[in-house]
Design a protein around this ligand. Structure first.
Ligand SMILES: Cc1ncc(CN)c(N)n1
Length: 207
């Protein structure tokens, strides 16, 4: 039987809920998140996005050419996102030339390790990583300033549409994948869910 992204979400609702609903996001919505918590997230997420961009570049190298359009669009958006992070950090006088915290390092190491995995596994992880932020920032609803633009960056309808296209590409890859590769894709989904949960907690712990 063929595995799909929707099946993964249905089978692992608890893990996915923990990846996308966290006190960090609830407190952004309430406006009660502490500056130190938010700034920790900002710097560590910039460091994450640097390695995420490298991962997407490697996925492009493995993808069938029919998938280039969506992935190249994602890379263009990441160029903008990296510059946006730098602007936000400069406004808060945050040093981006900082060490990764352990959780951020673990997540980046995992993204690097995906290089050795088959394309359907990479495409599933790519979709899950983007969906986690799309849903995570969207679920609490409209956020107050200064968090509005952060929630909007990953929660906006254009980003939702991009994530749907990533889902279609991952499903296409999974359609012809062996059972063993489908199993690896499921493991990748669960790993992303756990790392997302830990990433929110890492920033939250900075209180
Ligand atoms: C931890 C994390 N996960 C996902 C995303 C969305 N690219 C992000 N910026 N940071």
């Amino acid at each position: 039987m063929t595995l799909t992204c929707q099946q993964l979400l249905q089978k692992h609702t608890q893990e996915w809920q923990e990846a996308t609903v966290h006190p960090f996001l609830v407190q952004c919505k309430l406006g009660t998140i502490q500056q130190n918590q938010f700034n920790t997230w900002l710097v560590q997420d910039y460091l994450f996005v640097v390695d995420f961009t490298r991962m997407v570049g490697r996925i492009l190298a493995n993808a069938p050419s029919q998938h280039f359009d969506v992935i190249l669009g994602g890379l263009v958006a990441l160029k903008d996102e990296l510059n946006w992070f730098k602007e936000k950090a400069a406004l808060q006088k945050l040093d981006l030339d900082t060490q990764k915290q352990l959780t951020c390092s673990e997540y980046c190491d995992y993204m690097n390790s995906l290089a050795a995995m088959p394309y359907p596994v990479q495409a599933t992880a790519f979709w899950a990583i983007e969906l986690a932020y799309n849903q995570g920032w969207q679920l609490p609803g409209v956020m107050p300033e200064p968090y509005t633009e952060f929630a909007d960056r990953w929660g906006n309808p254009g980003f939702t549409n991009y994530v749907k296209l990533l889902e279609q590409q991952a499903d296409q890859g999974l359609q012809t994948a062996s059972e063993s590769i489908q199993h690896q894709a499921e493991e990748a989904f669960l790993k992303v869910a756990r790392l997302e949960k830990d990433f929110w907690q890492m920033a939250f712990n900075a209180a």
